[in-house]
Write a protein that binds this ligand. Structure first.
Ligand SMILES: [Zn+2]
Length: 102
């Protein structure tokens, strides 16, 4: 996976990596722990850049959405949801009736 970064301030994609301290642990008997982490920074305003999906990744995600959408669609239907709920309820009642110690 190829990663692109975008500056939240100027929207630029021109970044460089530099070691920046980041807090990795909070509190405890050792107190806060800082760790030097390679951080993407904007070349223009040295703001910390955010990782961003590339256009090919967006395309891939859209292709997946196309495949998955018809499979999940019935679950958005309230009648279908109701039917699932009803059959689950019926199954539960049957299971209890069957396994209940007489
Ligand atoms: Zn910037």
């Amino acid at each position: 996976m190829e990663l692109t970064y975008q500056c939240p301030k100027c929207g630029g994609n021109d970044i460089y990596f530099a070691k920046r301290q980041r807090i990795v642990g909070l509190g405890g008997i050792y107190g806060n722990r800082g760790k030097m982490v390679d951080t993407p920074l904007c070349k223009v305003c040295s703001e910390i850049a955010n990782p961003m999906a590339t256009s090919s990744e967006i395309k891939e995600a859209k292709a997946w959405a196309k495949i998955v959408a018809p499979l999940v669609k019935p679950f958005a239907n309230p009648i279908f949801q109701n039917r699932i709920f009803q059959s689950a309820f019926l199954l539960a009642v049957l299971a209890i009736a069957f396994f209940w110690p007489a």
